[in-house]
Design a protein around this ligand. Sequence first.
Ligand SMILES: [Zn+2]
Length: 317
Amino acid sequence: MKRLKTIVAAAFALLVCSGAASAGGRLKVYTDLSDFSYLAEQIGKDKVSSENFVAPYQNPHFQEPKPSFIMKLSKADVFIEAGLELTKAWLQPIVEQSRNRDIVPGGKRHFYAYPGIDIIDVPDRKLTRFEGDVHPAGNPHYNYDPQAMLRVSVNIKDALAEADPANAAYYSANQAAWAAGYEKALARWRDAMAPWKGAKVVIYHSSLRYFAQRYGLDETGTVEPKPGVTPSGQYLSDLTEKMKAQGCRVILYDPWDAKKFVETLARNTGAVAVDISPAVGSPKTVASIEQRWDYTVGQVLEAFRKAGYGAAGGAAK
Ligand SMILES: [Zn+2]
């Protein structure tokens, strides 16, 4: 009888070990975006190992999945993704092939990072693939809004706590500590951007619309006629005229955007074009979300200065 009890106890211990914390005691968290894996590390610390599938210097809509992703996902304890079809086209098939039922949408270890965030550009009708728009469920780039990352950190904390309730208090305390520091940084960026409300910018992809709207920048247009669609010569020439008419002399782009269109527009309008940091890890010197906005705000302010914008009122003169 005693022997049976020992066997049952050992089997139970095994079951517990093979549950939530299976990566050498750490919860194995996978994400699509590096911003999310960064936050999972800040909140999970020594209880979590996290890894992202989207290379931060590549366009998240279009990536080549590696076969190793399937093996990793098959052993994932938690999967957190941006959702809104940001990475669905190439990542969803990989998630399904992993045969890990818990991490497919609807599974108990699958989480989206956007609940509670105001999603912009939600279409008022169903778009079809033939229209070429890569944002059929609304603008999925809410990680370009510095303020929204606070909510993302809460969502990631909730995901970790749900997957690993024994450490829920630990995750809550770490999230609160991270958020306290981040809120100070948010105030710094808000102060730095405040004089530039109404400053006119062209953005390449509508990813940057979240950033522009957060700080009240005035979007003259996008280099892409629709998200993911290459501009025609006629479209660019119309945009050139619009920039000249409005006095817009700043273009903001993601590092993977087609430089030839940016350069043509800049040459024809006399505009200053700068890249921004699209995610933690791009450029390589950006090692945190705070550094991501320090870099981006720095680039934008430098562009305003070079363009000869006036700070009072922000708009170009
Ligand atoms: Zn997009």
